[in-house]
Design a protein around this ligand. Structure first.
Ligand code: TRP
Length: 339
């Protein structure tokens, strides 16, 4: 079991990052560790260049995200935790794979279409080739499990296509170079929505602070945001089906279930028939209880820049070492001469 995943270093991590991605990293890290496998988690700082960015903010956000990951339970003793920029093999392998990836494949990527909108000509080339770097990220370590959200499934399929074509074009039939990676979308992958609009993902780019719970929000702020969260006047239903067409109610119940590590049915069996006047304070308390130790640890780690940089340096050294065999084999397969 070789777990590989990347997370963009967005500043101010929120509940959506935690329940949608980070908890799954921790679960898989522990599974991989227990079964003699390996886990690689990295900050996708090279991917951040695909959109306009402010250099100093990228630096700060990278350290902040490492602190977040560690505070949430990613253990640098069990996981190879690093940032792409310190492992040149990611960029090198991307270039090698650029010869295999097809324009037509990239043109079909929905993230590219969504982000570029009507202004394709004005986008960076990095935005277009973003999925090739992502393929390099996972193929470099021969990933078997790639924990991602639903929105990244297409990029993983592309990584499989690239791996397959490279294996076909450049490797003997009985000795393919690249392992075909599987997207691993955990059954309980919580897709956390905005507290103001149950149809939009919780996001740091939402202008309303009330739309999200930041991992560093204090108890009062969390309770206030939950109490003000948009809902409807009906009491909670007793069965899942009763949440249909009630996006905001469904989101709050899903958050509760994810935090309590149970399913939605269990939450409804407890709170069905009750109004939000009862449910919201219970949810608020559960959030406060879960996030308090995380934010305390985060704030402590954030002060210690040296410790954070040391974690990244150690992880990067390990990642560089682990990536060597595959990168070397890729150069060789392509007939490139190197000393
Ligand atoms: N594109 C991913 C996202 O936005 C981040 C990412 C970069 C990633 N490289 C990866 C995820 C490799 C999984 C594997 O969420």
């Amino acid at each position: 079991m070789r777990v590989v995943s990347g997370i963009q270093p967005t500043g101010t991590p929120h509940l959506g990052n935690y329940l949608g991605a980070i908890v799954n990293y921790v679960k898989l890290q522990d599974e991989a560790h227990a079964s003699g496998g390996e886990c690689f988690i990295f900050l996708a700082d090279l991917h951040a260049l695909s959109m306009p960015h402010i250099p100093a903010e990228l630096t700060a956000a990278t350290r902040e995200m490492v602190a977040t990951l560690v505070a949430c339970g990613v253990d640098p003793g069990k996981t190879v935790l690093f940032n792409q920029a310190q492992v040149p093999a990611h960029a090198e392998l991307q270039w090698l794979l650029n010869g295999t990836a097809r324009m037509g494949w990239l043109n079909r990527m929905t993230q590219w279409k969504d982000k570029a909108g009507k202004n394709r000509e004005g986008q960076s080339i990095a935005l277009f080739t973003y999925p090739v770097l992502q393929a390099a990220d996972v193929l470099l370590y021969q990933a078997t499990h790639v924990p991602v959200g639903e929105d990244q499934k297409q990029h993983l399929e592309l990584a499989r296509d690239i791996a397959q074509k490279f294996n076909n074009d450049f490797c003997p039939e009985d000795a393919p170079l690249f392992t075909l990676p599987e997207p691993y979308i955990p059954p309980a992958a919580a897709r956390i929505m905005s507290l103001r609009d149950g149809t939009a993902k919780m996001s740091k780019s939402d202008p309303s602070e009330m739309s999200r719970i930041n991992l560093v929000d204090d108890a009062d702020t969390i309770m206030k945001k939950i109490k003000k969260a948009k809902t409807d006047p009906e009491p909670l239903p007793s069965e899942d089906a009763g949440l249909e067409g009630r996006a905001e109610a469904a989101n709050l119940v899903a958050i509760y279930a994810a935090l309590a590590q149970c399913d939605v049915a269990k939450v409804l069996s407890e709170y069905g028939g009750q109004g939000f006047g009862t449910f919201k304070p219970a949810l608020g308390e559960l959030l406060i209880e879960t996030l308090a130790p995380i934010s305390a640890r985060f704030l402590e780690l954030k002060q210690d820049r040296e410790a954070l940089d040391a974690i990244l340096a150690r992880g990067a050294a390990r990642a560089r070492e682990r990536g060597v065999p595959t990168l070397d084999a890729a150069y060789k397969a392509l007939g490139l001469v190197r000393g």
